[in-house]
Design a protein around this ligand. Structure first.
Ligand code: FAD
Length: 388
């Protein structure tokens, strides 16, 4: 079986890439060790924040803008609701620069890029935050709010399912429940992809293996990528009216010595829970041995530190908890580049805990680049050599 392109891994990045290639008539196959969407990788848990002014850096803004356009196109094609533009409130501290995803002044950079790209937003002081969003509490008089009305959340499992289904409709071949064991360059060009079910070949491979990328691709990626266990919590609402329509997703960037950022989502239709999480870079895990259990002590600590006194009308009753994984690079940026030791293979990293909002745009950029379309979004900021 020979293809123009094989996409390895059909999570956020791979499903988007497969869809965009199939839509362009490329003879493409997608391979996944499971049958996505699934809850073993980095793209589960019902919701992902999306925002347009990207505090991680200017190179991401076109990808986020393109992703929003593509999700609306996918909604029109599939009839599924994928993007909820409920707005986003980011609370930081006006006295200091607050870090986020490797950016030294995440909130400041967000506001600067919003101005640069003409992205609608409002800057709020503590009194305005309290007036507009009384459900959020526990910040000091120096709190600074950035509110972006076009931000919100996407539904990751639905996005993946829709793109895979449409790709299949557009002619993509699927090899699910099929683990790729290794890849080798073919004499004369192209790549052999060795799976547990036999060998496939392609002119080009785009590897989107998420947290397994280091294991599959070897160096330099194995040394650059670190897998970090994350915990997602759904706490029941005592006062659901506080988080009814119009309640935004939220990000809190704290500054205290032992503090950490947290973020959360309003309830999904038909649910009565707030989903909330932190970002944990200390818990480095082997992708094949992730501890997926969340203990009562972890949930209690989460409630005490990040819910009590900060989110009005939320109870300590835990309705659901899930483990998911970030796969981060040393500078928290993406890696999207040719594999230096494996000709014909493009590597897309799992994108350091902030990739979902860009996934549709990344898939489009890769497909446009493959097809030689001149207006492909620029991915050069994500090249490997910056790591030295
Ligand atoms: C808790 C949490 C919260 C997050 N919040 C946000 C957010 O709010 N906003 C945001 O933008 N981003 C967020 N992210 C980041 C975002 O979800 C990830 O960057 C993105 O989902 C990664 O997608 P991926 O395609 O790289 O990986 P995955 O979706 O995990 O896909 C990888 C796929 O490769 C397959 N695979 C791996 N190895 C092989 C192999 N050898 N053979 C065959 N198949 C293989 C796997 O089965 C899997 O389906 C969050 C991540 C987590 C974990």
């Amino acid at each position: 079986m020979h293809y123009d392109v094989i996409v390895v891994g059909l999570g956020a990045m791979g499903a988007a890439t497969l869809y965009q290639l199939a839509k362009r008539g490329v003879r493409v196959a997608g391979i996944d060790r499971y049958a996505p969407p699934h809850d073993q990788g980095s793209s589960h848990g019902d919701t992902r924040i999306t925002r347009l002014a990207i505090g991680e850096g200017a190179a991401y803004v076109p990808l986020a803008l393109n992703s929003h356009r593509i999700w609306r196109e996918l909604e029109a094609r599939s009839g599924e609701h994928l993007l909820e533009a409920c707005g986003m409130l980011m609370i930081s501290d006006s006295r200091v620069a607050t870090r986020g995803h490797g950016a030294a002044d995440f909130a400041g950079q967000t506001a600067a890029l919003a101005r640069q790209y003409g992205i609608p937003h409002e800057l709020l002081d503590a009194a305005a935050i309290a007036r507009r969003f009384p459900q959020f509490t526990g910040y000091g008089p120096h709190a600074a709010g950035y509110y972006e009305p076009g931000a919100g959340y996407v539904r990751p499992e639905r996005c993946i399912a829709v793109q895979i289904a449409l790709a299949r409709q557009d002619g993509a071949a699927l090899h699910l429940d099929t683990q790729v064991l290794s890849m080798t360059a073919r004499a004369g060009g192209g790549v052999d992809v060795h799976t547990a079910n036999g060998t496939l070949s392609a002119g080009h491979v785009i590897s989107c293996a998420g947290m397994w990328s280091g294991k599959l691709l070897g160096e330099p990626f194995a040394g650059l990528l670190t897998v970090c266990r994350q915990r997602l919590y759904w706490f029941e609402l005592d006062e659901p009216q506080r988080y009814a329509a119009g309640s935004p997703v939220f990000v809190r960037l704290d500054t205290g010595a032992d503090a950490d950022s947290s973020y959360g989502f309003p309830p999904l239709p038909g649910e009565n829970a707030i989903k909330i999480a932190t970002e944990d870079y200390s818990d480095n895990s082997d992708p094949d041995h992730i501890d997926r259990a969340i203990g009562a002590a972890e949930a209690e600590a989460m409630y005490r530190r990040y819910v009590a006194g900060r989110l009005a009308g939320v109870s300590s009753r835990l309705l659901k908890a899930k483990v998911c994984t970030y796969t981060i690079t040393p500078d928290f940026n993406f890696i999207i580049d040719a594999h230096p030791g494996l000709p014909g293979v493009t590597v897309v990293s799992a994108c350091s805990g902030h990739g979902f909002k860009h996934s549709a745009g990344v898939g489009e950029a890769l497909a446009k680049r493959h097809c030689g379309e001149a207006d492909a979004a620029d991915l050069s900021a994500f090249a490997v050599p910056r790591h030295g």
